[in-house]
Design a protein around this ligand. Structure first.
Ligand SMILES: [Fe+2]
Length: 301
């Protein structure tokens, strides 16, 4: 089954925030974990949800980040300020980026584009993303004991170099961030492919995720797949990656290898004319140019 990432997903998983920028609260063991820190401007909504789900925000022990994009770690500083005992876990590279003022400034700029849309949630709270210490640097093979449940860490580069996925094996749940893309829309299950850092790594990471055969698949945006559909989505995402590469290669060929021209034509034909992609146009363009450049650079491989 495919469902929106909101409300209660299973006995042990509930969504904080909303389906656009979901954070997944995993409870039922002795220690509660939240995966993803979404958008900074949604901080107050995350805290409200955490209180509703756990009864007391102080009962959240861990916050694990999936990757270094502003809309997946935005609330980390705010949450750490409001929940002082919270232990934040992330890839070592994310920890480094969260100490860099230039990176933080860029993340704040990107988030601010949504300020008008989020004004009812953000109010006038101070939600600026600031330097945050990562208490726990996470890597492949790490297992965190949640008391009755455990969280396993997988390195899944390709979308970014610092992408991590998390599984809770006791309940066959898998949290991929954006390592497996996101469906294009509510009715369109076709995964939107996102190999922004490396095409080859993205495929290898998808193979790793497929080998875990989850029964609950919680994506970085919008949707959760359960039962047979969880593994089915991952397989579709894998196939879509090859198809997307071929599509990019066709546009590059038509443009005689002119990367800029290929990007421009592809944005018009695939985004403007089809009109089926939910992602905001600027974000789509940023991702598209990263992917076209990667494929152009791979010619002959
Ligand atoms: Fe991302």
């Amino acid at each position: 089954m495919k469902q929106l990432a909101s409300g209660r997903i299973s006995e042990n998983i509930a969504v904080a925030g909303n389906y656009m920028y979901p954070c997944y609260v995993v409870g039922g063991g002795g220690r509660n974990l939240m995966i993803e820190a979404g958008l900074n401007l949604m901080g107050p909504l995350y805290v409200k949800s955490i209180e509703e789900i756990l009864g007391d925000r102080g009962l959240l022990s861990y916050l694990f980040l999936t990757h270094s994009h502003y809309d997946h770690l935005g609330s980390v500083h705010y949450l750490k300020r409001l929940i002082p005992g919270l232990v934040v876990g992330a890839h070592e590279r994310v920890a480094g980026l969260l100490r860099k003022e230039s990176v933080l400034a860029m993340m704040n700029r990107l988030s601010d584009v949504q300020r008008l849309l989020m004004r009812d949630i953000a109010g006038d709270e101070d939600l600026v993303i600031r330097q945050t210490d990562i208490g726990l640097t996470l890597k492949e093979g790490d297992v965190i004991d949640l008391g009755g449940l455990s969280c396993r860490v997988y390195e899944v580069p390709g979308h970014t170099r610092d992408s991590l996925a998390y599984s809770i094996p006791e309940i066959d749940a898998l949290f991929t961030g954006e390592a497996a893309g996101v469906p294009q829309g509510m009715d369109d299950h076709t995964p939107q492919v996102g190999f922004l850092a490396s095409y080859e790594d993205y495929l290898t990471s998808l193979e790793k995720l497929m080998s875990l055969s989850p029964r609950i698949l919680c994506l970085g945006h919008a949707f959760v797949f359960t039962g047979e559909d969880a593994a089915k989505y991952l397989r579709a995402s894998y196939a879509a990656t090859f198809e997307y590469r071929s599509l990019i290669e066709r546009y590059l060929e038509e443009a005689d290898g002119d990367v800029e021209k290929a990007i421009e034509t592809m944005a018009v034909k695939e985004y403007d004319e089809k009109g089926t992609i939910r992602q905001e146009r600027n974000a789509y363009l940023t991702n598209l140019s990263a992917q076209v450049r990667l494929i152009a650079g791979m010619k002959g491989r």
